[in-house]
Design a protein around this ligand. Structure first.
Ligand SMILES: [Zn+2]
Length: 53
């Protein structure tokens, strides 16, 4: 059982898989940077039903 087992999958940020970090290859040297999708939190807001567009 994982400590993260209580986090609903839809709340885990896919690009960083909940780590809050992604590997940037900018500059040719891969390095971890703060995930721009979740701003380092590792989680995304739950999707809302407001998809009128
Ligand atoms: Zn993220």
């Amino acid at each position: 059982m994982s400590p993260d087992d209580d986090i609903p999958p839809e709340e885990i940020c896919p690009p960083c898989r909940g780590t809050g970090k992604v590997i940037s290859k900018l500059g040719g040297d891969p390095h971890p940077v703060e995930c721009p999708w979740c701003h380092g939190t590792g989680r995304l807001p739950r999707p809302t039903a407001d998809n009128g567009s």
